[in-house]
Design a protein around this ligand. Structure first.
Ligand code: CP
Length: 310
């Protein structure tokens, strides 16, 4: 029987497993062109829009010698005729060796796992989780700080709907971080994630203040976009959408090692005058998505670090 690994949430991954996947990603940064998935088929099912996640997964597959099927717009699929998610997954599982899926429903990837004959990789499910983004975030933090241990991580912006920050805090919980949650009241970190921090001994403080003095304490300044697509009330979105805008002057007291990350896309929350600051690292961060997604595809299909190195 073929062994494979689903990746639906970051929560169940041990520290050892995170570090193992990061080592595999490092192999692909050294050499991304390895035809070790020759003959495999990767399906990318995107029920929600994406630029980076879908294209980096597809690039990852192609650089590994696999071929890609899928869709970037559910409007062209039989889901418009009423086909259920479960039936769609069963069907695609007949054709592909691994399914990478993004869906607007929280828990969609877990539902897919229940019926899929092939591994499922969650490329984002509603406001819930974005585990592959977290893997590239960890990779980037390690790359820029030389360690994942004992860092001050400021999470800024939409902490209510931003699935990347939910996954990140759970993964970083293995490495003794100190979080500062910076958000307006309407977009504060949900109680269930604060509860998670309490249960796992993860230190955090909360503030609505976003200024040079707050930034001066950070090793990682993790900016997020206000997630317009998750608001039931668009007037509320209009009220909060530009609540925090990082500009270059606000970096005047930043630590030398501090790096600004953002899962992207950005809207207004980082001024373009920050882009050529030595602290800006969000475009390199997105590039790391390729290496980590190569590792995730290989791992999903049961290939090991030794297989990658062979
Ligand atoms: N960070 C991220 O998920 O980007 P996309 O929505 O463009 O895939």
């Amino acid at each position: 029987m073929t062994t494979f690994n689903n990746l639906t949430t970051i929560k169940g991954l041990s520290r050892e497993r995170l570090e193992y996947l990061l080592r595999m990603g490092r192999e692909f940064e050294r050499q991304p062109n390895r035809k070790i998935l020759d003959g495999r088929i990767v399906a990318t099912l995107f029920f929600e829009p994406s630029t980076r996640t879908r294209l980096s997964f597809e690039t990852a597959a192609l650089r590994l010698g696999a071929r890609v099927i899928g869709f970037s717009d559910p409007a062209v699929t039989s889901s418009t005729k009423g086909e259920t998610l479960e039936d769609t997954i069963r069907m695609v599982g007949n054709y592909a060796d691994v399914i990478v899926m993004r869906h607007y429903i929280e828990g969609a990837a877990e539902r897919a796992v229940k019926v899929s004959p092939v591994p499922i990789v969650n490329a984002g499910d509603g406001a819930n989780q974005h585990p592959t983004q977290t893997m590239l975030d960890l990779y980037t933090i390690l790359q820029t700080q030389g360690t994942l241990e004992n860092l001050n991580i400021h999470l800024v912006g939409d902490l209510k709907y931003g699935r990347t920050v939910h996954s990140l805090l759970q993964a970083m919980g293995h490495f003794n971080p100190t979080f500062t949650f910076i958000a307006p009241r309407e977009l504060a970190m949900p109680e269930k994630y604060k509860e998670y921090c309490h249960e796992h001994g993860i230190r955090f403080t909360e503030t609505e203040r976003f200024d040079a003095a707050t930034i001066a304490e950070a090793d990682i300044l993790y900016m997020t976009r206000v997630q317009r697509e998750r608001f039931a009330d668009l007037d509320e979105y209009e009220r909060v959408k530009d609540v925090y805008i990082l500009n270059r002057d606000m970096l005047r007291d930043a630590r030398a090692n501090m790096r600004i990350l953002h899962p992207l896309p950005r809207v207004n929350e980082i001024s373009t005058d920050v882009d050529d600051s030595p602290h800006a690292y969000y475009f390199q961060q997105a590039k790391n998505g390729l290496f980590m997604r190569q590792a995730i595809l290989c791992d999903a299909l049961g290939l090991t670090l030794d297989d990658v190195r062979a």
